[in-house]
Design a protein around this ligand. Structure first.
Ligand SMILES: [Cu+2]
Length: 129
């Protein structure tokens, strides 16, 4: 029984992200480790709040970057390509942006981090419901 409980705990830990409330992506961009969260999981048509945290290679939070989010949907039958841009504002040690998906489906997201004249990007896709 003890062994079963331990196995169950390990299973819960391993699948933890599946139960997480927020949509979350963690990626490297150059020497930065970037964590991007959306407050809706799955993301929804309309307003989603994005939270971006950036750490340098020493693990320190980066708070002096200019962060913008480009999000787009490629053209599809009856719909031209859609491209939007949001500016993320620093709040505490995180950058916050409002992302407004105008329709459901697959969107490309590109988080651009500019610091000391150099831009690094984190790209990922989301399936908007
Ligand atoms: Cu579309």
């Amino acid at each position: 029984m003890k062994r079963f409980a331990a196995a169950l705990i390990i299973l819960l830990l391993a699948t933890g992200f599946a139960f997480a409330k927020d949509y979350m992506v963690m990626k490297k961009a150059g020497s930065y480790t970037v964590q991007v969260k959306l407050d809706k999981n799955p993301p929804v048509t309309g307003l989603n709040k994005m939270e971006i945290s950036i750490q340098d290679n020493t693990g320190a939070n980066v708070t002096d970057a200019a962060v913008t989010v480009d999000y787009s949907m490629p053209a599809m039958p009856g719909m031209p390509a859609m491209n939007y841009k949001a500016k993320a504002e620093l709040k505490g040690s995180r950058y916050l942006a409002n992302i407004n998906f105008s329709m459901s489906g697959a969107w490309n997201i590109n988080v651009k981090i500019t610091r000391s004249g150099k831009t690094q990007s984190v790209k990922f896709n989301v399936d908007v419901s």
